[in-house]
Design a binder for this molecule. Structure first.
Ligand SMILES: Nc1ncnc2c1ncn2[C@@H]1O[C@H](COP(=O)(O)OP(=O)(O)OP(=O)(O)O)[C@@H](O)[C@H]1O
Ligand SMILES: [Mg+2]
Length: 626
């Protein structure tokens, strides 16, 4: 039962872990999909807003159709509002075919503040570049505070910044509508950024652009991680790493962009390779860790269009909840198993205790000990019904044992079966008794009184026979037939039969005294004892057997009983009995006698008593045993 419980709990724990593992993986895949979607949504928002503004400025006639320094305030007002509404922007600008450039910069980024030595309360920088008469590019730089007031203007200086040489300028000229460029390294801050740019409808040589510093996306990527070691990155259509949630890798991307060598880390390479086999989601082993890798194309946003968001989460971290669930499950199953084992042990103890009690009762039954009833209180229905059945069996055997010698029943119960009709030749001593003039006694008393007196009488005989290892085989009206050495083996069977007869005679003397005192008839008794071979066992009809003994030995014992009437003796025994135990029992020879129905005469011996020497030994034995 315990093994079964452990097996079942282990299977359940394993099964629940397997389910939890699969559920965790499915859940992780869902989370990754959601994460990628969130990321793409984020891009879409960033991209959507930026594309909206860039597209708007590039599509209507406005201050940007003339290069700086013309309409500087209008340009500033427009871009200031543009940046205020799109905090993720790094800056917005316009590039002109004559090399002029107008740029409003969001000073939230440290890189720009340092590069421009911005005053601490500046929030925007306005940068206007225009060629002078000699064709040099002159840069005017001023700073605005949060109220829009100019708080500092930097003296004009030449610059070699040429918008026309920047990747976004050419890309916008070559592409209709808003184009996304990058990521690439921003000229001034060295940060990785992306640009959304569009040629102005009013003058396709004028390009409106806006920069998105990828820190925003990297921050978003790292901020949204699903687990401590989850990595998220963007790859372009050919599998090159664009943006990575890990700042260290981002730095390598920036450095790599300069040297144009691959910045993919072996880990990321493994993830990227896996996408080729199954872009949706798969498990990738990197070193001794397994990652769940999922990716999703950026379809909606102009920004990073055609690229893929890749999320790779270590399975052990994803499984952490499942492992916790497993540990909890195991802990709970351990508790359940412990409780179940305890209950099982308790139950089995209760069951075994009851079964032990039943076994004890069965053993008592084997020994025909009917004194203690089979009381086996048990909540287990089967056991209590077994106990009841045992009680019924006990009653049946008890009743049975009343009708056949106890020893015979004991032997049969111990053997576990009643041998049925079977008898075999054995050396036995047979004793018959009979009451003088019982017919007359019966005539003078009611049957109930007779039975009552007879029962008391038989108890006396039964006690004397049993006390000397004999067994009463049959009750025959007023007489009994008892036997020694079967069914109870007894090497001194002849001696013990004589002792039993002497003991019975002694007890009957008291019984008869009492009878007289009550004005009731005496039960004077004759005893006949013979020893020799007899066929002993269950004889009779198939369905109605009787345990008895047959043969001349038995007949002679019965005849000797009757011959007491002739010899006026009480206990008559044969020569065989006298030879068997004359050293312990005293006999008086009564000569030869003719038994009814027998040709051969019988040497008769009256049993007088136990020899004095033997009595001394008996007393000695008694002292020792008491
Ligand atoms: N095998 C037996 N089974 C049942 N009852 C028996 C059996 N043998 C004898 N009896 C009954 O027991 C009673 C006594 O029989 P029994 O032959 O001992 O005569 P008795 O009156 O006792 O005289 P006796 O002094 O000869 O013994 C009789 O009433 C008889 O019916
Ligand atoms: Mg009689």
């Amino acid at each position: 039962m315990v093994a079964l419980i452990i097996l079942v709990s282990a299977a359940l724990a394993g099964f629940s872990y397997y389910r939890a593992r699969n559920a965790a993986i499915e859940d992780a895949k869902t989370q990754m999909r959601t994460f990628s979607e969130q990321l793409i949504d984020r891009f879409s928002v960033i991209s959507g807003q930026t594309v909206g503004f860039v597209g708007l400025i590039a599509s209507i006639p406005n201050a940007f159709l003339v290069p700086p320094p013309d309409r500087l305030n209008d340009k500033t007002a427009l871009l200031r509002e543009f940046i205020r509404r799109s905090p993720q922007l790094d800056g917005a600008y316009a590039g002109y075919p004559d090399g002029s450039f107008f740029h409003v910069i969001n000073l939230k980024s440290e890189g720009w503040r340092r590069a421009l030595a911005a005053p601490h309360n500046a929030v925007l920088a306005i940068r206007a570049i225009a060629p002078n008469d000699s064709g040099e590019s002159i840069q005017h730089l001023s700073f605005e505070d949060s109220t829009g007031a100019i708080i500092k203007s930097v003296p004009a200086r030449t610059t070699n910044y040429d918008p026309r040489a920047r990747p976004w300028y050419q890309a916008a000229l070559d592409t209709a509508g808003t184009v996304s460029i990058g990521p690439y390294e921003m000229a001034t801050t060295g940060k990785l950024g992306m640009t959304l740019a569009e040629a102005h409808k009013g003058n396709p040589k004028i390009v409106i652009g806006a920069d998105i510093v990828l820190d925003t996306i990297t921050d978003f990527l790292s901020a949204q991680r699903m687990s401590p070691d989850t990595v998220a990155f963007m790859v372009d259509a050919s599998g090159n790493l664009i943006i990575h949630s890990n700042r260290g890798v981002m730095a390598r991307i920036v450095a790599g962009k300069a040297e144009a060598d691959s910045v993919n880390s072996p880990e990321t390479d493994a993830f990227i390779r896996s996408l080729k086999s199954n872009p949706e989601a798969n498990l990738v082993d990197v070193g001794d860790r397994t990652f769940l890798v999922a990716s999703k194309p950026v379809a909606s946003a102009v920004l990073l269009k055609g690229q893929r968001v890749v999320v790779a989460a270590p399975l052990d971290e994803l499984m952490a909840p499942a492992n916790r669930a497993l540990l909890q499950g195991l802990a709970i199953s351990a508790v359940v198993v412990a409780v179940a084992v305890a209950l099982a042990l308790l139950l089995s103890h209760l069951i075994t205790k009851s079964l032990e009690q039943l076994t004890e009762s069965a053993n008592r039954l084997q020994n025909l000990d009917f004194a203690t009833p089979v009381e086996v209180p048990s909540h287990v229905a089967e056991i209590s019904s077994l106990g009841k059945a045992m009680n019924r069996a006990r009653d049946a055997i008890f009743t049975f044992a009343l009708y056949v010698p106890k020893e015979f029943v004991k032997k049969s119960v111990q053997a576990g079966y009643f041998t049925g009709r079977s008898a075999k030749r054995e050396e036995v001593t047979a004793l018959f008794t009979d009451i003088y003039d019982f017919t007359t006694i019966s005539e003078g008393h009611s049957p109930e009184d007779v039975v009552a007196m007879l029962s008391e009488y038989f108890d006396i005989l039964d006690e004397a026979v049993n006390a000397h290892h004999g067994s009463i085989i049959q009750f025959l009206g007023d007489s009994i037939f008892a036997m020694w050495n079967a069914p109870i083996p007894d090497t001194d069977h002849a001696e013990n039969a004589c002792r039993a007869a002497l003991a019975a005679e002694q007890s009957l003397a008291h019984f008869n005294e009492a009878q007289c005192a009550k004005g009731l008839p005496e039960f004077r008794t004759r005893f006949g004892i013979h020893t020799g071979q007899a066929v002993v066992g269950s004889v009779g009809a198939r369905e109605r057997l009787q345990y008895t003994a047959m043969g001349d030995t038995i007949n002679v014992a019965s005849r000797l009983e009757g011959m007491n009437k002739v010899y006026h003796s009480t206990i008559l025994a044969s020569a065989a009995v006298k030879q068997a135990c004359e050293h312990t029992i005293e006999f008086r020879p009564r000569g030869a006698g003719q038994a009814k129905g027998r040709a051969a005469a019988l040497e008769l011996y009256e049993v007088i008593g136990v020899r004095a020497t033997t009595q001394a030994i008996d007393r000695e034995k008694q002292t020792v045993s008491s």
